[in-house]
Design a protein. Sequence first.
Length: 459
Amino acid sequence: MPSVFIKTYGCQMNERDSEAVAAQLVAKGYSLASSERVADVILLNTCSVRDMAEQKALNKMQNLVAETRRTRPNVVLGFLGCMAQSRGQELIDKLPDVDLVIGTQKFHRTGDHLDDLLARRRDKVVDIAEEQGSEATIKEHLSYGGRRNNGDHRSPLQATAFVSIMQGCNQYCTFCIVPYTRGAERSRTIPDIVAECRELVSRGVKEITLLGQIVTSYGKREIGVRDGKSAFVQLLEAVNEIEGLERIRFTSPHPKGYGDDLVDAYGRLAKLCESAHLPVQSGSNRILKLMHRGYTRERFVGIVEKLRRVKPEMGITTDIIVGFPGETEPDFEETLSLVREVKFDNAFVFKYSPRRDTPAATMPEQVPLEVIEERHTRLLDLVNEIGKDKYRRQMGQRVQILVEGPSRKNPERFEGRTRSNKIVVFEGSERHRGQLLDLKITRAGSFTLYGDPAILGLD
Ligand code: 5AD
């Protein structure tokens, strides 16, 4: 049977989609190639959120065309995911050597389309239609499913896994392409999600991250509020009941969905980890309004305060865009002051990138690139300074980690994450994989901690 190599760009949702496509293809008898050089099918699962991500995938495909078409003309080349969805046929017009373009609601059709192309029943396939019920199709996992297995089904058991709970977004932030690439919000049912989580736990998974473009809007239309609890909190309660599961995380929420029911859930649900990725985007109310974010700076700070009241050790990270159209120096200084006020554990800082079809792309007062670059550097410096301090404060603390596998920075060592989502590297071995381990933090590096097993009673 042919072998497939999938390269993934972008967010965790994309990683999860690639994993589900790989699992689907393995179930059909395809094998997973260890590298693109030996693959019969090469698929790029793409990201559209910033122009740079699109350019990366386009350049990669151009290189693949140049490399394969001379020596291996029968290799099937395809684009999957967000850029495939937003550009469709245009990708084949631009790169006529591309055989396959599959949108975000058609991942589950990848196997059938590849069969057709490989059997030469079809010459090209572009499938980017909407499909009702597609949110429930991302449920296959490789037999050793989970994050960081690079699609290699022979890799050892994974302690952590992603579960997709919803697709799409109805928020229409003015900078964001997601509603156009991922479509309207659609949620899976609670029993369907719980069954998938149970199955993963039965295979040894200890930590599950619930995924969606805006998870706090989970089940709004389909399930609704019950006993004062949002559908998302109802889902968290149901997943918290799963025996054998140790930890629950989720990403990405929207600050406006952080009601008191969700804040309280951190106090009530033992498995829900003390960590939140809360994208704030800007510290200026004027810019937040132009972005159509649906909250003010004060409301955001209020949520953070409430979360820290319930769980003082809460790890809080964020996303920030610099150089949104109309952002003045005083607006940007509001962002700096918010970062100083909240003291995020980490923040991902993005340079504003105009996206097609989004309102912000045609707003007046686009910020010049040099100004964006300069603000980006200033904000990153501040984020790093605060992050350094936050990580340093962990020294001497005793923390619990879930061991995920060899360290990405130093494969001689092992690593895991604290409940507050900080990576800890330690002298470990394969036997630690999947274990919950108590460590004492001995050193703090750049957004990484180093620890030693804590021996009770000796410190
Ligand atoms: N330009 C720059 N950053 C963007 N993001 C989303 N759209 C854009 C854009 N047009 C950032 C946001 C979001 C993260 C995933 O990507 O900060 O939270």
